[in-house]
Ligand binder design. Structure first.
Ligand code: NAD
Ligand code: UDP
Length: 318
């Protein structure tokens, strides 16, 4: 099976490439390295079943024949990422998505769009089911990402319904683990780096806002199941871990696991903060027979080990 991973040098995309290769796929990763890194896939570059193409999918789809599946993960994902690259975010989710859909239609490859829990905005329904239509500000600070993904969902649905693409949409909820770029400002890499280096652990607002964190190996397994399950065609499926915690609880757990005495510092809240987020994964359980298996504590320990290693590498290179 020949599988394209757009965004394959990113955090989740690189783990997906690893897993697909382990399952016997031939994998082509396409990435313009906007928010990803060649370091995430350098261990794969000598693998004869793997090729990397540095390419911007906004310009065109990569020219590839004999394709069986297309995973579309190309997009900045963290608030800091899409605030740094708002136009690139809107373009990759609109034109980039269109290019990949045309490739799917032309080759007959199965297609999967990674959308986001941000499609629900600051939700008024809790936990969030796929049927919930969201509470999104179209001109707010997160709109380049939220509306970009909502457009990508609409376009993908059109290609499934009108142009016969064998497609499906996954709404990913907060995912963490090794290779989550420590510079991209997300909660887990920020707290772990701060706790490891003795710096204050920065909480935006009062820390009572919640998130539900999914370990990356669970996410990758869910993405592959969604692609491979026939009944997922044309569906929107939430993937995430419903183990909901407040941001302050996550910060305290990370400090405890590291044995850190970093102080906790409360800073101004983010503008238009999402106050609660937790997936209802009934559909994933029913359609895919999937649910996350990695406990938060275990996933965090692996993430801490990886970030500790990265900090040591950086220190040695100074
Ligand atoms: P990431 O930034 O690490 O990976 C995205 C990859 O896409 C990067 O390698 C980037 O260079 C690449 N990319 C961006 N624009 C591109 C373009 N025009 N052409 C080619 N490549 C391009 O982020 P991630 O966390 O791995 O997220 C992967 C996908 O999952 C994204 O689509 C994101 O919206 C979605 N998602 C992630 C999370 C999460 O918690 N990590 C949550 C919800 C949704
Ligand atoms: N957050 C925080 N301190 C940080 C980074 C993030 O308090 O150093 C909070 C942020 O305000 C949000 C949650 O952690 O409530 C998750 O933020 P992240 O950037 O990881 O992604 P989001 O879920 O908001 O897209």
């Amino acid at each position: 099976m020949h599988t394209l991973v757009a965004g394959g040098a990113g955090f989740i995309g690189s783990h997906l490439c690893d897993k697909l290769l382990a399952l016997g796929h031939r994998v082509t990763a396409v990435d313009n390295l906007l928010t990803g890194s060649i370091d995430n896939i350098k261990h794969l570059l000598d693998n004869k079943d793997f090729q990397f193409i540095r390419h911007d999918v906004v310009e065109s789809a990569p020219v590839l024949g004999g394709l069986d599946a297309i995973f579309h993960l190309a997009s900045p994902a963290s608030p800091v990422g899409y605030w740094t690259y708002p136009l690139e975010t809107m373009l990759v989710n609109s034109t980039g998505t269109h290019n990949l859909l045309k490739l799917a239609a032309a080759t007959g490859a199965k297609y999967l769009l990674t959308s986001t829990s941000e499609a629900y905005g600051d939700p008024l329904e809790h936990p969030q089911k796929e049927s919930y239509r969201g509470n999104v500000n179209p001109v707010g600070p997160r709109s380049c990402y939220d509306e970009g993904k909502r457009y990508a969902e609409a376009l993908s649905t059109l290609y499934v319904e009108k142009y016969g693409v064998d497609g499906r949409i996954v709404r990913i909820f907060n995912t963490y683990g090794p290779r989550n770029n420590p510079e991209d400002g997300r909660m887990v890499p920020n707290f772990v780096t701060q706790a490891l280096t003795g710096k204050p652990v920065t909480i935006y607002g009062d820390g009572n806002q919640s998130r539900s964190l999914c370990y990356v190996s669970d996410m990758v397994e869910g993405l592959i199941k969604t692609m491979m399950t026939k009944e997922a065609r044309g569906q929107v499926i939430n993937l995430g871990n419903p183990d909901e915690r407040t941001v302050l609880q996550v910060a305290m757990l990370i400090r405890e696991l590291i044995g850190s005495s970093s102080p906790v510092e409360f800073l101004a809240g983010r503008e238009e903060e999402v106050y609660r987020r937790c997936p209802d994964i009934t559909r994933a359980r029913q359609v895919l027979n999937w649910e996350p298996a990695v406990l938060l504590r275990d996933g965090l320990i692996k993430t801490v080990d990886w970030i500790r290693e990265q900090l040591a590498i950086t220190a040695a290179n100074k």
